[in-house]
Write a protein that binds this ligand. Sequence first.
Ligand code: PRX
Length: 654
Amino acid sequence: MSQDNIQSTLHENRHFPPSAEFVRTASLSSEQLNELYAQAEQDNPGFWATQARKEIDWQTPFTTTLDSSNAPFYRWFPDGKLNVSYNCLDRQLEHNADKTAIIFEGEPGDIEHISYQELHARVCRFSNALKAQGITQGDRVIIYMPMIAEAVVAMQACARIGAIHSVVFGGFSASSLKDRIEDTQAKLVITADGGHRGGKIIELKATTDTALNQGCDSVKTVIVFKRTGHDINMQPERDIWWSDAEKGHNSDCEPVWVDATHPLFLLYTSGSTGKPKGIQHSSGGYLLNAITTMRWVFDIQDSDVFWCTADVGWITGHTYVAYGPLATGATIVIYEGVPTVPNGGRFWDICTRLGVTIFYTAPTAIRALMKMGDDIPNSYDLSKLRLLGTVGEPINPEAWMWYYNVIGQRRCPIVDTWWQTETGAHMIAPVPAVTTTKPGSCTRALPGIDAAVVNQEGEEITHADEGGYLVIRQPWPSMIQTVWGDNQRYKDTYWPYFDGKYYLAGDSARRDEDGFFWIMGRIDDVLNVSGHRLGTMEIESALVAHPRVAEAAVVGQPHDVKGEAVFAYVVLRGDRPTGGIDDELTQELRAWVGEQIGAIAKPDDIRYADNLPKTRSGKIMRRLLRTIAKGEEITQDTSTLENESILPQLQGKA
Ligand code: PRX
């Protein structure tokens, strides 16, 4: 646990109470929040049962709230039946049918407004198309799409018919896509010819073809949405255009009522060991916390235009694009491209033109945009914004202050939301009309969420200057159900200590004198690059799969925009390049990792050494490698190194 991290945040004493204007218009007051905390404190499952009855339309109401008989495989609302898509769409039809559900903006500038009525019709039509392709309840469907409205249509359609979707981020490689297809044994892939990103076309269909050519025998059908219109290859027996798949189907489709515990989706995420794991989420519990957090943290109101910039390939794009906002009848913005096309004002331009009121993004984007200077945002009208949010990694106080002063113009509260793919929804976050925020802290656990910082023995740490494991001590509705196909891995990863009673988040944290949480980083070998989780082992495996690489070790290096950058130490088969420099090979290895995993995993820097530093028992000295990557002075004991001469090589000095 880094003492530096503790020190740098211990002295943060700036406080930002919500403005009187925000408090006046917000839907959750301090008294109401206290009441929620009190109810949850008194009877945690009872509290969630009340919320679930209030927020969800059940086809069959549940009578049991929580089945803990097979813990840690908790089952929320096990005898209740619902449909998530019904809760998102059908229940808006009576009063909100004409309300805009989605404002889509493509990177080239095309804009489309889709009402709830229209979205419902599209989802139903596509649900019928899926059924016609033989997809039924429980089947897995892979979605590999650009960030366009149809990605949400596809997710909602799966939910409607009880199929389990697994969205794969469009930036992942063919090999990553193949791994996910094979692990899920999906029958069908939904993709597009391509998508627009960064002024280029991403070849989604071509990448899908490459993946499917490597195996993936479970896939019988590929549905292709025409987005870019460029030439692609269609394999007649397997591939069908989205528009053809929909032909002849009407816009009515009865929802399939599923158990609350029926898996809504699988989403793959990196861990410290092995291949990415399929995080399995439920239908009822997941939906509940998607809704409650939209209310408590985002203060969602009927007139809001809500924009979460995350791609649907990540959990944030599931909970705060595809499900939570629609289940609360919000108008959302979906933007296909990157923040810098055609220039660094794109996000602020969209906020101005589309009247965005709530804006939610990652610290990495904030830092990148901050670097471009204040003049760009200052030239737009950001006066409609009323609430700002961040997610994905700790936000440094400097970026927080810039977000607050320049984007929010000291008017908008900032909600720094801590959560994970596994938690499904926000766990620790401010309630904007109530919490006095501090730059860099995600503040307090939400009602019903029993988060704590504990030591190795599971004892709570409350001293402000001590860090420990971040845990959640009671189950919550949107919690991970299991790792797809691997119950043991679920138990081993998330419930390894404390008699299996506390959920281990994998983060270290500390509480300050007000009880606020400060996240300090991961306790495992997981990197957080631009808010995305990458396992160091995954990147190492990719590197050693290259014929010229004998051994590799990957660590994180602090990066002023990405938060963390990938830093790789490589031992080659054969001779080390002269002076440790071989630009051509470095480019080749970077491209190789891009092909194996995806562009986000490419090492920023590669150092070549004759060996890796190891302890006597043969363990790679990662702490030493991290110190070197940071360019810090080596304070670790290096006397056990077999070959001390590698130190200057690792440091890039020889
Ligand atoms: O380390 C924490 C960090 O991101 C991890 C979860 O990553 P992922 O499952 O990809 O989900 C990201 C979006 C929810 C956490 O274990 N993290 C997430 N939010 C924050 C954060 N670290 C600090 N502050 C946050 N607000």
